[in-house]
Ligand binder design. Structure first.
Ligand code: ZN
Ligand code: ZN
Length: 366
């Protein structure tokens, strides 16, 4: 089934109108892929899609890329206005948006160089981020998107399963990360988006970059990785023990697993996102590790690894069926080890469904 960009554009225009925006300006990013299926190279010349309530969308594109845009079928969805090399594309945007525009939203990945020029040319307009429109639309996945996220999750699970059949002990973090990358591609992904392998004390740094450190017997290893298939991302974390784990690790692992379970049980339509974070945090606090859970419980996932909704204190946005996000509590003991367990879940009509199915029990490997 082809993606219905026309209805996505219509919903974006409608949401823009209902939130008091005169225009939403979308530069090349996941927002543009979502709305129009267009993914041009990221270059300094301005390309932007302008969505306005009650009007047809307009794509402003450098003339040398006009062909690229029409080949992607943009002319079926929007009026294409190509600008010549010596023309000012920002003036063109002003003409489309209208000088009297008072509230303009820009996609959050817009380069500052574009935003500064637009602000200078539309001095009366208030500029806001487009997350209120785009985050909201993109956070609820349709059946096709959900299928792709399930497929991406399956590939990630398979990559992990195959990695754990090989020996980790005495290999470097970098070597294991590289092997994981190869497996992510072999299982069917188009792209590897990231591979974190943190052994021993390095596991206590949640965004650790793999190093030449050798994985030793008796250590915990945190592996957090993802790939992309047909545009949609995976993101999964497991913590394993290589041989006999550090004495406190099994207990910490149990607490993290219980925190994830508690978060999963909390998920249901209309529950504020922050309640899910609170549920995971309560379990970790009760076990005495509250200070060591140093990040939010989760983030939305789709065309981007991190997108709306964020599962964090302060986000009282109600969960909706079709939302997909990670649940990834962690406990990090500086200088010793870290434990994180992460799965992608989707909100159903009554609760949550996990998209990852790799075992969550502490695995002791070699
Ligand atoms: Zn992750
Ligand atoms: Zn994540």
């Amino acid at each position: 089934m082809p993606t219905d960009h026309r209805s996505r554009l219509a919903r974006a225009a409608e949401t823009a109108g209902s939130t008091g925006l005169d225009a939403v300006i979308v530069t090349p990013s996941a927002d543009l892929i979502y709305l129009a299926g267009y993914d041009p190279p990221l270059l300094p010349r301005l390309t932007c899609l302008i969505v306005r309530p009650g009007r047809d969308p307009v794509l402003v594109v450098p003339r040398l890329e006009a062909r690229l845009a029409t080949d992607a079928g943009i002319d079926e969805l929007a009026e294409v206005r190509a600008w010549q090399e010596t023309e000012d594309p920002y003036a063109l945007v002003r003409a489309v948006v209208g000088e009297e525009a008072s509230r303009v939203a820009c996609s959050h990945r817009m380069w500052a160089v574009h935003l500064l020029r637009l602000q200078a040319l539309l001095p009366e307009a208030g500029f806001v981020g487009a997350e209120g429109v785009m985050g909201r639309l993109r956070s609820i996945k349709d059946a096709q998107e959900l299928d792709l996220l399930k497929r991406a999750a399956r590939y990630a699970d398979e990559a992990l399963g195959r990695l754990l059949q090989t020996r980790l002990e005495t290999r470097t973090e970098r070597d294991v990360a590289r092997a994981l990358g190869t497996l992510l591609l072999e299982t069917g992904n188009d792209e590897v988006t990231f591979t974190i392998v943190g052994s021993g004390p390095n596991g206590a740094s949640p965004h650790h970059e793999p190093t030449s450190r050798e994985i030793l017997f008796g250590e915990g290893v945190v592996m957090d990785f993802g790939g992309r298939t047909d545009g949609y991302c995976s993101d999964v974390t497991r913590t394993v023990a290589v041989g006999q784990p550090p004495s406190e690790l099994p207990r910490v692992h149990e607490v993290v697993l219980e925190a994830q379970e508690e978060a999963l049980r909390t998920i249901a339509p209309d529950v504020p996102a922050q309640e899910v974070d609170r549920a995971a945090r309560r379990v970790i606090e009760r076990a005495g590790y509250g200070d060591l859970f140093v990040h939010r419980t989760g983030h939305g996932i789709g065309l981007e690894e991190h997108e709306w909704p964020y599962i964090v204190e302060g986000n009282d946005e109600p969960l909706r069926p079709g939302m997909c996000f990670s649940i990834e509590p962690g406990i990090y003991l500086p200088g010793e080890f870290g434990v994180r367990i992460e799965d992608i879940v989707t909100v159903t009509g009554t609760g949550a469904q996990r998209l990852n199915h790799a075992t969550r029990e502490l695995q002791v490997v070699r």
